[in-house]
Ligand binder design. Sequence first.
Ligand code: GLN
Length: 193
Amino acid sequence: MAATIGVLAVQGAFREHCRALSRCGAAVKEVRQCSDIAGIDALVIPGGESTAIAKLLIMLHMLEPLQQRIQQGMPVYGSCAGLILLCNSIEDAEGKPLPQARLGGIDATVRRNAFGRQVDSFETELPVQGIAQPVHAVFIRAPFIVRTGTGVQVLATVGGNAVAVQQGRLLATSFHPELTEDTSIHRYFLSLL
Ligand code: GLN
């Protein structure tokens, strides 16, 4: 049976991810409550507001079940706020550690809103390791990665800062491929399943 890709649908740009995954031919299921988790083989976490998503995961009793699935090896792709939630440690724009709740799984430290006010939204054609053509990458109040552990592969950088990383079957990007017609990141994620 084909894999079912869950899209975390509590806050943020989840509809756009569902659409992108459907365009890739994947079977998609919105994940809104704890009982949805058992029926998925992989998960996509959208952009949005990482603190709001984390609070909702706690309120809906989904944080721990999802952490368990991640520890058991479920493939997960997170974009922007989704990347923040997948990193083991989080800091603010000034580099101060933030105690906010997270799913974790990627041995990396992420800096929220890292690109600063002037350029807090921009678009660029971005070369990404493992993808043949540059990806049309949309950054919106985006984070970047400031530290990676030994098991983490950096797939793309902007100004020397990591904006796409992979650790095993956990994939994360600072940018939002779901807001464009470019499905190459989604297809890359599906190839990891
Ligand atoms: N700045 C947001 C956060 O810290 C992420 C922005 C986004 O997902 N576009 O959660």
